[in-house]
Structure formats: C-alpha cells, structure tokens
Design a protein around this ligand. Structure first.
Ligand code: SF4
Length: 436
C-alpha cells in the first residue's frame, strides 16, 4: 500500500476507548439507536465496553451488523447515531463511530469472538454481488442456518467497499477482515462469476438454490451532455477510484492510473464519490484539484466531514457552476474546459475532467432473465410483501439496485429486511414441499 493513501482517521487506544465509553449516560430512550438505520443496540455494547467486556460488546454489535469495522469508519455518524445522541446538543456527542471501529478492530486482532453457527439445514440461497447488501444478506442468513453462496463478478469481493471507497477512508485490509468473518460463518464466495448471459438466474435455480438475492448495486455511471465531453481526457470518477484501488494493491502501475504528478484535475459533482476522487487525485500527485457543482454548498450530497477534509487537503470548490465545453488536447490530455457561473463563462486550463454525477444499475441480469421488471431508470421493481421479491418468484433484490444510490448503511438496512423476507419465503416453500 502506498504511503499517501494511509488511513487518515486515528484509532482510540484502549484506555481512551474505555474513558469515552464511560461518558455514555445509557439513556432509557436512546436517540443514538433511533438514529441508526440498522437499530444497532448502541447503549448496550457501549456499556459492555465501559466495563472492559470486549467479547460481549462485539457480540451485541454482531446481532445487528455484519460490517462494524466498515460502519465505524464510513457511516454518516454526524447525521445518524452521533447526531441523535442526547449529548450532541452540548456539542459533546459520544464518538460512537470511533468506538465501534475500536471494538471491531480489537476483536479482529484478538480473535476473541466465537460464534455458534447453526447447521445449514434451512435451504440454499444464492447472493449475486458482494457489496454491503450482499454481505449483509449472506451473514444474516448464514447465522440463521441457511447455506449461502455469493456470486461476485470481480477479482476480489467487497464491491464498492473494495473498489469504490479509497484506502485512506477504508483500508482494504479492514474489508478483507470483515469478509473473512462472513466466510467463517460458512458462506462460500465465487469470484469472477458474472451472472448474466453466460450464467443465468435459471441456471442458478437449476443448481438447487431455493432463492436468489440480487445485490448488484449501480455500476453504470451517468454521463453529462457536455460539448467535447467524449474526449478520452474525460473519465468517470468511479473508473478512476477503481484504478487507484488496483494501484494500491499492487495490481496496476502509477502510470496506468492516469492521474499523476502535476496534473490539473476537475471533478463534476459533489457527493462522496466526488470527494473521494478529488482527495485521491491529490494523493496521486495532482497539483490542482477543483470540484465543480451546479448547486450551492447547502445542496451537496457529501458528508460535511468529507468536505471539510477535502478543503483542508487543498481541494478547491466552484459552486453554482456548470461545465459547458471541453477543449480536448493531445492524446489523453485536455487543454481546458469552459465553465459558466451566473451566466459568465470562464476558460480553465485542465488536464483531466472526472464525472461523479451518479450511477444506475447495469442491465446484464435483467436482460438475460424472464420476468424481472425494472422502472424507466433501470431500477429493479420489488414488492412490499414478500418484502424485496422482484416480479420473478424466488428472486429478491435490495440495496442500490432497487433505488437511488444511498449509503453503505442504508444498503445494509434494506438488505436486513430482505433477509427476513427470504427466510420466511424459503421456510414456506420447504413446508409446502414437505406436505407434498
Ligand atoms: Fe449514550 Fe448518547 Fe446513546 Fe444516550 S444517546 S445512550 S448518551 S450514546
């Protein structure tokens, strides 16, 4: 891993973590739990931590989350648990994210927690995609006695956790550790297993699976109709982040990442992907990085903390500004772009432009399968009852593939509901089979 991409946020030491946990008031009606999309039993595990009972603390966390080391690092704590902590009003919210990260990391390093895994007798479930939704379904169902296999098209599991979120926010080693814990529950992961025309949903059912979950996310990035925007110097931010990730794992050279020393970069969009691309470009050696957003700061989708860190690292921001033209240069480099702010056009010399304006689901599975309907934007349609079932019986979907991309924890929240639904569905069909 390259030095520039070392994790930014510092971890607690053991005494610091215990001191912080001891500040918790153990509220009768805890706002922190209410603010957590997956209803993590925050006061309970903080109480265990305050008494030094690390094994109990991680056990309580695992009841609600398969990815605590991830959530502890990338969740929007300021808007969720910490934002709803009773002490937040005084500006002294408990640092729940940092504590969760501490407990998860401590457990991984010490290897203390041992779970009693039930025998896999309740049925077989195939999970397509190993991002946050797929891993959550797999972990939840494996803990309940289902035989789960994940089909992942990538060379490594983790989806957006591995290839979308940069190393300095979420080290890949942390993601690998979390995935290893899920594998220890008996979940099998098949890599380079692309479900689509060559491995269809029907073929997966023929292998004897009782239900299939699609957690394939949104891998098709959106473009913008900018004059000259087809020049190869205009790239998708998620394409760049994927290359940075491969560079950090030694699978790609710096030159292949195509952002290097002295480059002038602009990123269009103002969500967390834009922040990640901007901050990663600086780490790759870019001399100037500008984020361009067509609205003002109050409308940005990025976390305030991500924005603050980007500013502190030297990223510049242009608000209420559109890119109206790209002037291409030699080879893969641009000459300049033309921006427009309040009707005034300005030419900005630039080497590369990145787009981070959202993404939508790929259609590989839907196109090769009978009966899975999507809306006009390509999002898979699902039912309320059974929750998450698509228009094809036995095929469920959840996370970003069913709605506009949200956050890691919202994908997990949705997946947890779908896991309960799959559980009931498979139990029902097994009962019907038994009655015969
Ligand atoms: Fe502790 Fe804050 Fe949750 Fe109250 S709201 S239980 S003080 S973390």
């Amino acid at each position: 891993m390259n030095e520039e991409f070392k994790e930014v946020a510092e971890s607690y030491t053991l005494p610091e973590a215990i001191r912080e946990a001891q500040r918790c008031l153990h509220c009768k009606v805890p706002g922190c739990k209410k603010g957590c999309p997956i209803s993590n039993d925050i006061p309970d595990w903080i109480s265990e931590l305050a008494h030094g009972n690390f094994g109990n603390a991680i056990h309580i966390i695992h009841n609600r989350s398969n990815l605590p080391a991830v959530c502890g690092r990338v969740c929007a704590h300021e808007r969720q648990c910490e934002g709803n902590c009773v002490l937040a009003k005084k500006g002294e919210a408990i640092h729940i994210g940092k504590l969760e990260r501490f407990v998860a990391d401590f457990d991984s390093e010490a290897g203390w927690s041992h779970e009693n895994i039930p025998e896999k007798t309740r049925g077989r479930v195939a999970v397509i995609g190993s991002g946050p939704a797929g891993l959550t379904i797999a972990g939840d169902l494996a803990r309940k006695g289902f035989d789960v296999e994940i089909f992942e098209m990538g060379v490594e599991p983790g989806g957006v956790l591995t290839f979308g979120i940069p190393e300095y926010r979420l080290p890949k080693e942390v993601v690998k550790r979390e995935i290893r814990k899920i594998e220890k529950l008996g979940v099998k992961i098949h890599l380079r297993a692309t479900v689509g025309p060559n491995l269809t949903i029907d073929q997966i059912f023929e292998k004897g699976f009782d239900a299939i979950f699609m957690g394939t996310g949104t891998s098709r990035p959106k473009t913008l109709p900018i004059e000259g925007g087809k020049h190869p110097g205009v790239r998708q931010a998620i394409w760049f982040l994927r290359r940075v990730s491969l560079y950090n794992s030694g699978m790609m050279t710096k030159e292949e990442v195509m952002v290097g020393d002295g480059d002038r970069i602009a990123v269009v969009g103002c969500g967390n992907t834009a922040m990640d691309a901007a901050r990663s470009a600086l780490r790759m050696g870019a001399s100037e990085v500008t984020v361009i957003y067509h609205r003002d700061i109050s409308r940005m989708a990025a976390l305030r903390s991500e924005y603050d860190e980007a500013v502190a690292e030297g990223v510049k921001f242009l608000w209420n500004t559109n890119v109206v033209k790209v002037n291409g240069g030699e080879g893969l480099r641009l000459k300049s772009i033309v921006t427009e702010t309040d009707g005034v056009q300005t030419e900005m010399p630039l080497d590369r432009l990145m787009l981070a304006v959202g993404s939508s689901p790929a259609s590989r599975i839907v196109d090769s399968t009978e009966g899975i309907e999507v809306d006009d934007k390509g999002y898979v349609l699902t039912r309320e009852t059974p929750y998450g079932m698509t228009t094809r019986k036995g095929v469920f979907a959840g996370g970003d593939v069913t709605k506009r991309p949200a956050t890691v924890v919202h994908a997990m929240q949705d997946a947890k509901r779908v896991a309960e639904s799959i559980e009931k569905y498979v139990d029902a069909i097994k009962l019907i089979e038994a009655i015969g």
